[in-house]
Design a protein around this ligand. Structure first.
Ligand code: NAD
Ligand code: TYD
Length: 339
């Protein structure tokens, strides 16, 4: 079996590429990634010399290139993860989110249709459902009500992928997962950002009242669910993937301070994110009952392991945060603390 993973140099993609190499050693994994600020080849350094992993630098929106790669490597299935993925960035500049997430996905679908791909796994997000109140859970039939430019671009691409199934008969499966955490996550999302700030003794910017809730999913549990969905999911179906670990942001920030041995005086409440979704929570009954998936990691252990990984892998995050990103980070960070 030959699989194309898009975005395989990002956080989830790199974990997935390694997971596939371990779990399906006879598969060839072709990794198509544009290497934006969020994609780093160093993350895959341990796959150097592995002839079953092929890296191709390119844009998912480059239809000619994608079709060439699909045919050249006789790709059977596509696992589509490449995206602009950060809500705050989508508020600052929505355009690239539409370009990559919506138009890029459509070009990738078109190339996949032309090349006769047998299965297309679209990795979407629970953020397509919008915000929950204090009770209830997202199910696969919850209304699609995205709030941010990021989540609306993901909702669009998720629906376009399903349209390729309904209209053209393509074999498409969509997964919608909750917030991932784990090793190799770019230090702009909550857990790695707060960890890196704590290690630098810098203030930890908590948006609003810190009471927003996310459901946290360990990236390894997510990878397991993606492989199951690829191999056993039913065409045209959507599967929600959640970690069963709802936590308030402030609880997580306090946990990180405890794990790094830093004082709570580093917590700084800052202006809320515009359109900030209050709560996400997933009902994972469908994937559990149909595909037999349950998460293996507990959040407390997973968080401890993740924070330890960032403590032990300073070189990785110092490198990925250098250059142009460093400038963006400093500007945004200062603006946030000043607001
Ligand atoms: P990430 O930002 O860490 O990585 C994205 C990767 O895609 C990077 O390697 C980047 O270089 C690549 N990329 C960006 N634009 C590209 C383009 N035009 N062509 C080719 N490659 C391109 O993202 P992530 O957190 O690993 O998320 C992966 C997927 O999972 C995304 O589709 C995201 O929407 C989805 N998702 C993520 C989370 C989460 O908590 N991280 C939750 C739900 C869904
Ligand atoms: P984030 O990691 O950006 O993921 P998402 O917005 O996709 O859920 O944010 C997770 C939560 O943490 C969200 O409620 C916003 C909050 N947050 C902060 O309070 N401060 C920060 O600096 C960041 C990046 C996020």
């Amino acid at each position: 079996m030959n699989v194309l993973v898009t975005g395989g140099c990002g956080f989830i993609g790199s974990n997935l590429v390694k997971y596939l190499r371990r779990q399906r050693p006879d598969w060839k994994v072709v990794n198509l990634d544009k290497l934006t600020y969020a994609g780093n080849l160093e993350t895959l350094a341990d796959l150097e010399g592995d002839s079953q992993h092929v890296f191709v630098r390119g844009d998912v929106g480059n239809r000619e290139l994608v079709e060439f790669v699909l045919r050249q490597h006789r790709i059977d299935a596509v696992m589509h993860l490449a995206a602009e993925s950060h809500v705050d960035r989508s508020i600052l500049g929505p355009e690239v989110f539409i370009q990559t997430n919506v138009l890029g996905t459509q070009q990738l679908l078109e190339a996949s249709k032309a090349a006769g791909i047998k299965r297309f796994l679209m990795v979407s997000t629970d953020e397509v459902y919008g915000s929950l109140g204090p009770t209830g859970y997202f199910t696969e039939t919850s209304p699609i009500q995205p709030s941010s430019p990021y989540s609306s671009s993901k909702a669009s691409s998720d629906l376009v992928a399903l349209a390729y199934h309904h209209t053209f008969g393509m074999d498409v499966v969509v997964t919608r997962c909750s917030n991932n955490y784990g090793r190799y996550q770019f230090p702009e999302k909550l857990i790695p950002l707060m960890t890196v700030n704590a290690l630098h003794d810098r203030p930890l910017p908590v948006y609003g009242d810190g009471q927003n809730v996310r459901d946290w999913l360990h990236v390894e549990d997510h990878c397991q669910a993606l492989l199951l969905a690829l191999e056993k999911g039913r065409a045209g179906e959507v599967y929600n993937i959640g970690g069963g670990a709802e936590r308030r942001n402030i609880e997580i920030v306090r946990g990180i301070l405890q794990l790094t041995g830093k004082p709570e005086t580093l917590i700084k409440y800052v202006q809320d994110r515009p359109g900030h979704d209050r709560r996400y929570a997933i009902d994972p009954a469908k994937i559990r009952e149909e595909l037999g998936w349950t998460p293996a990691h507990t959040f407390e252990q997973g968080l401890e392991d993740t924070v330890r990984w960032y403590v032990d892998n300073r070189t990785w995050w110092e490198r990925v945060m250098s250059g142009a990103y460093r400038q963006y980070f400093e500007t945004q960070y200062k603006a946030r603390l000043a607001a």
